[in-house]
Design a protein around this ligand. Structure first.
Ligand SMILES: CC(C)(COP(=O)(O)OP(=O)(O)OC[C@H]1O[C@@H](n2cnc3c(N)ncnc32)[C@H](O)[C@@H]1OP(=O)(O)O)[C@@H](O)C(=O)NCCC(=O)NCCS
Length: 166
């Protein structure tokens, strides 16, 4: 066999995705795998905090990883990443960020559960908001989870991370 590395053609995408699904993610349906690889799965809703039409803030998550069930008959476990959260400057420091974050995470977990998937962890890149997460995360875990802090070096930048295990 004379094999070389080359760019994948568009018409080969489906074959490769299905091979990957069978080898790595057999617990996902073809549709879930397709949407995930297209960056759309599982329709993770963008949650906003709004007063009627006035947007005060937004929070959303995406599926960072999907792991096979821990035990027979168990649910596949997703690891989420916080995609982003903000509260409009004039509304900050009034408890709204905490409210939005906690509610959006609960809704995201419910959304995944409807797809037959559990949530086992959450990655958060803390950037400027470390103090916010240090206040809010213990309230979320409330003694039922684990929070590890770490860093990741990307080029000249070091990012602070929290990893929550539920
Ligand atoms: C981070 C952000 C969402 C927090 O929203 P908020 O509505 O101001 O936060 P809350 O009022 O709900 O604060 C909750 C707790 O976190 C604390 N907190 C909030 N921001 C903090 C900060 N920058 N440093 C330290 N503590 C902070 C508050 O004092 C509060 O503590 P308390 O419970 O003892 O009163 C908001 O500041 C924001 O949108 N920042 C710009 C975007 C951003 O940085 N997003 C995060 C990217 S990683």
């Amino acid at each position: 066999m004379k094999a070389t590395v080359r760019e994948m053609r568009d018409d080969e995408e489906r074959f490769c995705r299905e091979a990957e699904r069978q080898l790595l993610y057999p617990f996902l349906t073809r549709r879930q795998m397709k949407l995930w690889s297209e960056g759309e799965w599982p329709f993770m809703t963008q949650w906003v905090l709004a007063d009627e039409d006035q947007i005060i803030g937004r929070a959303t998550f995406w599926v960072h990883d999907c792991l096979k069930p821990r035990r027979r008959g168990g649910l596949p476990i997703t690891i989420l990443s916080l995609d982003g959260i903000f509260i409009a400057p004039e509304n900050q420091h009034r408890g709204l960020g905490a409210k939005l974050f906690k509610k959006a995470l609960r809704l995201a977990r419910e959304e995944l559960l409807k797809e037959g998937l559990g949530v086992g962890g959450l990655w958060i890149e803390t950037a400027e908001a470390r103090g916010f997460y240090e206040r809010v995360i213990p309230q979320i875990l409330a003694g039922r989870g684990l929070c590890q802090q770490s860093t990741i070096d990307i080029g000249a930048t070091t990012l602070d991370l929290f990893h929550l295990s539920f």
